[in-house]
Design a protein around this ligand. Structure first.
Ligand SMILES: O=P(O)(O)OC[C@H]1O[C@H](O[C@H]2O[C@H](CO)[C@@H](O)[C@H](O)[C@H]2O)[C@H](O)[C@@H](O)[C@@H]1O
Ligand SMILES: O=c1ccn([C@@H]2O[C@H](COP(=O)(O)OP(=O)(O)O)[C@@H](O)[C@H]2O)c(=O)[nH]1
Length: 486
């Protein structure tokens, strides 16, 4: 049956693992997009979520017809998928939006890049075709993230009757970084997105960055944008050049700010399951009555885990009174390990944690307890124990962990939060803001957080939890649907 509401995202709610005996088992996908969309779609039982098969096990699940109701996994040629996901989305677009390039060497847009770009285009086209096939007349389609930037334009060509929105979960690159992309590629990205009726970003800053990058007069047409005003809605007027060299009709794409939050009740229920209680008991036994500094991230370059560990080391050096009295619980669950730079980064996180333990540890006290594994229950147990949450990404679209920890922490926690996280826009009043590159300032913020009087910390945590739950996933999703009309 054709669907009235469709979502397209690279990652689906579940991914599969294949055991040696051929049995398939399902696991919840990691990261904030899955947290937000899974919660939002629980209230939309008729919606269809189209996602990619991410691995051989996922492809095997597609072939065996194993899956969830309301989810369609696309079995894309593995080589095309690898080029699109690892080669373009995560190595080029992610690096551009997060300003991650190692500038003396990167980026270099060569023939190999062009070959991968063709795969990225084919992968976007496969999503557009699947959406066109599944959508009812006039249906509403919500396309997610930088993996699928070309889908709105491609889908509009196939099905002009559909109402199309696109939501970007990452930051949007500043104009200087966006203009590193080859001109024709940058233009294709922007015009691909302008195929949508409505574009969404987490923050006013990311929306404004998109609009300044989209105010263009280039090979594909002219566009003129205005930034979000008080109602958080802006937009871009645009006319595309047609093949015969004329301008097409003027169209308008709205640009809005939808800061994804968390559902407090759902999260508390998740954090109080028996398996989390067990992990909590084990962690408490290790930590004793010491204070905790908690961080939870994918092993992701933009999360700035190394500078976070360096700040903890500096705290122990310059404020020796904390030695033996604090434990840093760092969960870094594996992400994008097909990319060498991510594997190297993961090793560096392990090594630095080991160095700190070797430098300061004693028989009774291990300063850093690092867990580099996919163990959501342990992460939630750490949330509950947090006295201080350290969230210091160099840039981050939102960072849901910054919103989740204050909701779940049992003794109330102080949030040390990077000014580069999207969440900082909403949480700045009650968090301790830090420049993510400033290790000394981060160490001092950790000291201030550990020293904060209990009454102040309790008050701040209450307000942080209220801000964090202001736009829970269901409302976030509905607001975007409504922007497309009822
Ligand atoms: O799918 P992966 O490659 O394993 O990566 C996980 C997700 O990472 C990114 O998440 C973003 O979305 C969050 C929720 O909106 C946001 O809080 C965070 O700042 C972003 O980094 C990525 O954008 C997703 O597509 C990935 O699924
Ligand atoms: O072991 C874990 C620990 C955390 N999370 C979830 O992953 C999301 C991380 O989202 P965030 O926005 O902080 O960053 P992202 O990884 O999406 O860049 C949060 O909802 C966490 O609850 C997870 O899936 N597995």
């Amino acid at each position: 049956m054709a669907s009235q509401v469709l979502v397209a995202a690279n990652r689906g709610p579940l991914s599969y693992a294949l055991a040696a005996d051929g049995a398939l088992s399902a696991r919840r996908g990691g990261g904030g997009l899955v947290s937000g969309l899974s919660a939002a779609l629980a209230a939309q039982p008729e919606a269809l979520w189209i996602c990619a098969a991410l691995s051989d096990a996922d492809r095997e699940a597609v072939r065996r017809g194993v899956g969830e109701p309301g989810v369609r996994m696309l079995d894309i040629d593995p080589a095309v998928y690898d080029d699109a996901y690892n080669g373009i989305a995560n190595s080029v677009l992610w690096f551009t939006h997060h300003h991650l390039y190692d500038i003396p060497r990167e980026p270099a847009f060569d023939a190999e890049f062009r070959r991968r770009w063709d795969s990225y285009t084919a992968y976007n086209q496969a999503f557009a075709e699947a959406l066109a096939e599944e959508a009812a007349p006039g249906a509403r389609v919500l396309v997610q993230d930088y993996h699928l930037a070309l889908v709105p334009g491609a889908l509009r060509q196939l099905r002009p009757d559909l109402r199309i929105a696109h939501f970007t979960h990452t930051p949007w690159a500043s104009p200087d970084f966006l203009h590193m992309l080859p001109d024709d590629i940058r233009s294709r990205l922007v015009w691909g997105m302008l195929g949508a009726d409505q574009l969404g970003f987490h923050t006013a800053a990311w929306a404004a960055a998109f609009i300044s990058g989209a105010t263009v007069d280039d090979v594909h047409g002219v566009a003129d944008g205005f930034v979000p005003r008080e109602d958080h809605q802006g937009g871009v007027h645009h006319r595309r050049l047609t093949e015969d060299g004329r301008y097409g009709e003027m169209r308008f794409t709205g640009v809005g700010q939808y800061p994804l939050g968390v559902d407090g009740d759902d999260l508390r229920a998740l954090a109080h399951r028996p398996e989390v209680d067990e992990k909590l008991a084990a962690l408490r036994a290790e930590v004793g009555d010491r204070k905790t500094i908690v961080r939870v991230d994918r092993t992701e370059l933009s999360k700035n885990i190394l500078r976070g560990l360096a700040a903890y080391r500096e705290l122990l050096t310059t404020h020796p009174e904390w030695r033996g009295r604090v434990v840093h619980l760092a969960s870094a669950y594996p992400s994008r390990q097909d990319l060498e730079v991510y594997r190297t980064y993961t090793d560096a996180v392990r090594s630095l944690a080991a160095e700190i333990n070797a430098e300061f540890g004693t028989e009774e006290w291990e300063p850093v307890l690092v867990s580099v594994q996919d163990d959501f229950a342990r992460s939630l147990a750490a949330y509950r124990m947090a006295d201080v949450a350290l969230i210091n990404p160099v840039r981050d679209g939102m960072n849901l962990v910054a919103k989740e920890i204050p909701v779940v922490s049992e003794a109330g926690c102080v949030l040390v939060l990077s000014t580069g996280a999207g969440a900082y826009e909403e949480l700045r009043q009650d968090a301790l803001g830090v420049n993510p590159y400033d290790v000394t300032a981060t160490a001092e913020a950790l000291h201030a957080a550990l020293s904060m009087p209990e009454a102040e910390r309790t008050e701040r945590t209450k307000r942080l939890a209220a801000s964090a739950t202001a736009l829970p996933p269901e409302a976030w999703f509905t607001a975007q649907l409504e922007a497309l009309g009822n």
